[in-house]
Design a protein. Sequence first.
Length: 242
Amino acid sequence: MKPLGDRTPMHQITAYTNSQTDCVLPSFGMGETKFQRAIATIMFTDVEDSTGLASALGLVETTRFMIEHFTLTRQVVVAQGGIVQNFTGDGVLALWLGSEMTPSETALKALAAVAELVPEISLGNAWKRSMGSLSRRIRIGLHSGEVMFVNDRQWDFSFLVGSEVNFARHVEQAGKRENGTGVDALVMVSGATLHLAGLATASIDPYKLVRLTPAELAHRQSVDWRRPCSRSRTMARANVGL
């Protein structure tokens, strides 16, 4: 991964069709391989201390725990127009692809999904604790940038390519350095995502990391992320030092 200072600014990319890529990129399998090159907003989630959870709960109950997280996350992502690309064992990789919507919409829909997901995670953890069961904090990271989404429909196989995907994972992992006391979900967002959503000026470093507080996420109840008002912009800028 490049040092942050060596990153080039994010620029808008229009979707590339297969006719523009099939001369240089091979298909795989026996079906048609579809290439979609676009700006996307990428989300990683991670269940903290999943190893300790597995040791404490055993295989069956750990599987139940993970299925509950995967199912909830998938429902919220799909409802907001996103794609669940992969389950990572103790988390989810999802994306909002700019070939299906505008780059700005990818960020806005991703933020809307996170704002819906966080209180659901809190409710689930509260229920687990009330039943005397184990709960875990969930880390969530959002980043926007250029990716290639490769999909073979016949083999039902797809993957995501690009350095921005790696950085999106770094955004989620950065939550490990934050004080997560008293929160059930810890959300980190890159400057690129805030910029696309209209929550920060164009001068923001796309690779600056910002933590969204529970109060800002709760503000989603009264402000639609799809039409950010001056108040929500002010809150985001306060966090990124603008």
